[in-house]
Structure formats: C-alpha cells, structure tokens
Write a protein that binds this ligand. Structure first.
Ligand code: SAM
Ligand code: SF4
Length: 321
C-alpha cells in the first residue's frame, strides 16, 4: 500500500507543525494568560531522539514540510543540534519564532539550511510591543530580523491584526518593504473573551491600507501556508493575509499539529487530541501510523471558529500556533 496520509475528504496531509516546547519568554495577551499559565512538566516532554524517530516515519508517509514552533522554539536547549539532525530527514524545515534569539543563531540557521523563518512582529512601537508581549524587547527582535536578513535567510513577518494597532499597519508594511520582506497579517483567533474585543478583520485592515496605498493581488506564493498575497507597487511591498475567521481556507488544509508531549491535533480548532507518545516511545512505526490515520478520520472539512465561540480549551502557546 502506498505510504501516504489522506483524510476522509481526500486532502493529502503533507505539512507537520511540531511544537517542541510550550515554554516562552513572552506573554502575548492573545496567546498566553497573564498569570496561572501552566507548562507541561519536563518529564512529559518527548526527547529530541523521540521527535526524530517520529519525523523519520512521517516523512516516509508523505510529510514534506515541517515547521518548528512553540511556545518559543529557541527556548529549548539543544534546538540547533536538533535542527541539524532534522535536516538529514527534511529538506523543507521552517521555523516560527518571536525573534528574540535570532541575533545569536541566524548564521547557524543558514548554515544548517533552514528553508524559511516566520518572525512575529506585531508593532514597531516600543511601548505597544511591551504591552502586547510584557517584555521590552522590540530592539532585540529588530536586531534578530536584521541579522536573519543579512544571513540570507528567507524571512517573513507575521503580524496579528488588532484594533489597538490599526495605526501600526502602514509602518509595518513600510518596514517590510524597506527590508524587502513580506508582511503577513493574521486575523486574531478568539481564545478568550478578552482577546475577542481586539479582533480586526482582514477587510477592515485592507480598507485602512487603501486610504494610503493601492494594492493588487499577486499569484506568487511567498510561503507554504494559506496566505493570500498582494503587492503595493508604489513602495514595492508584499502583504499577505491569513484570515481564519473571515476568509476560511480549510478546503485546502494539508496540516497536522503535534505538541511536545506527543498530542496530535488534526485541526487547530478541534480539541479532540490523540496521543502518539506511546507509539513513539516504543519505536513502533505501525502503531504510530495507525493512530495518525485514525485521527485523520476526524479531521473536519472546516473549522467551526467564530467570534462568538472560543476556539479551544487550550491557549495558542499550548497548541503550537
Ligand atoms: N513564539 C513563536 C512566535 O510567536 O512566533 C511561535 C509560537 S506562536 C504561538 C505562533 C504564531 O501564533 C505567532 O505568529 C502568533 O502571533 C500567533 N498567534 C498566537 N496566538 C494567536 C491568536 N490568538 N490568534 C492568531 N494568531 C495567534
Ligand atoms: Fe510566546 Fe509566540 Fe505566544 Fe507570543 S505568540 S506568547 S512569543 S508563543
């Protein structure tokens, strides 16, 4: 039988988002509660050799792209050595990061052969940055972006759309244009009622941009995700939108998520996780694929997220955004 992973709607799964830790040095209000957040105890976290076994098996079954995320992936000790080993299995390795540790690691990422780096940057305003993340680290993140671009890495910026930062949209676009990197605006996903109040839609953001710049859709894809891209010719900017709520892209979803403690999630908005940990710890390839295929039967055609319903009992830092 052909080694592949296909859900019941015929969508081939080729993309794994692997959260290697739920720990993070930031506390972005839309991702992690201010207090009383809980981290997975160390002893429950899969070791790197466990993750490499899993990666090898899933690669054989048609997973072509892997994205390392978290929490903050650079927080986990030994991350760069892990990447080096993972690179022997996957040619297409991508990372999503808050950018804090990039100044020190950008050159090494380039040497290892990381395919792409999504760096989260919501604002260029230092005070607002601190209000969002609870850390005064804008300068350090900007240095990380600079270093990554200079190292020749393929960089994109991820920026969560929020009402209180509508005036920050144009400066971010202009910053991206100056650095020659695409900026993707992500619609906020409702993980708590607090967060909901900040929701700003793709269409509202576009209307705001149009007051200053015209933009045209481009066919070219600048990444592996579901973003739709536009060009602002006047300043040579590339702007993308990822709008899970107002422009749902589930139809073409090719993704699964696995957390650092081995929980497989077939849809971001579906709490029905299954554990692949036992199969991994036993190094049982058949059992691992059996569990993944069984879980895929539950992958919905579309998520049921809306502004009125909270997406999950978990927060994003625990799921791996
Ligand atoms: N710490 C890394 C970072 O911030 O890039 C990786 C993990 S973070 C959970 C991955 C992405 O999820 C970030 O771009 C972040 O902005 C996004 N994210 C987190 N919570 C979100 C939410 N409620 N709605 C939309 N995007 C969210
Ligand atoms: Fe940390 Fe990323 Fe979540 Fe911000 S979005 S708290 S940087 S995991």
């Amino acid at each position: 039988m052909k080694k592949e992973l296909i859900d019941k709607f015929g969508r081939r799964v080729t993309y794994l988002r692997l959260s290697i830790t739920d720990r993070c040095n930031f506390r972005c209000f839309y991702c992690k509660p201010i207090k009383d957040f809980k981290y997975i105890p160390h002893e429950q976290i899969l070791r790197y050799e466990d993750l490499l076994f899993m990666a090898r098996v899933l690669r054989e079954y048609g997973i072509e792209k892997i994205r390392l995320t978290g929490g903050e992936p650079f927080i986990r000790k030994g991350f760069l050595s892990f990447l080096e080993k993972l690179r022997e299995i996957f040619e297409n390795i991508y990372i999503t990061t808050n950018g804090y540790f990039l100044k020190e690691s950008a050159k090494e990422l380039k040497r290892i052969g990381v395919k792409g780096l999504n760096i989260s940057l919501d604002t260029l305003d230092r005070n607002l940055f601190e209000r969002i993340t609870k850390v005064d680290a804008l300068d350090k993140v900007l240095e990380g972006i600079e270093e990554s671009v200079n190292a020749g890495l393929n960089v994109k910026l991820n920026s969560v759309l929020m009402k209180s930062n509508i005036e920050g949209i144009i400066p971010l676009i202009e910053y991206g244009a100056k650095k020659n990197i695409p900026v993707r605006f992500i619609e906020l996903m409702p993980i708590s009622s607090e967060v909901r109040k900040e929701f700003l839609s793709e269409d509202s953001a576009k209307a705001h941009i149009r007051k200053r710049y015209g933009f045209i859709p481009v066919k070219e894809k600048f990444g592996v995700g579901p973003s739709k891209y536009y060009k602002i010719e006047e300043i040579n900017a590339i702007v993308g939108f990822i709008s899970a709520l107002t422009h749902n892209f589930c139809e073409t979803c090719d993704k699964i998520r696995i957390t650092s403690d081995g929980k497989l999630r077939v849809c971001l908005a579906l709490d029905d996780e299954v554990s692949v940990k036992e199969a991994i710890l036993k190094r049982d390839e058949n059992a691992l694929i059996f569990v993944v295929k069984k879980a895929l039967e539950k992958k919905p055609l579309s998520h049921n997220m809306s502004l009125e319903s909270i997406i999950s009992g978990k927060n994003m830092y625990q799921i791996g955004g």
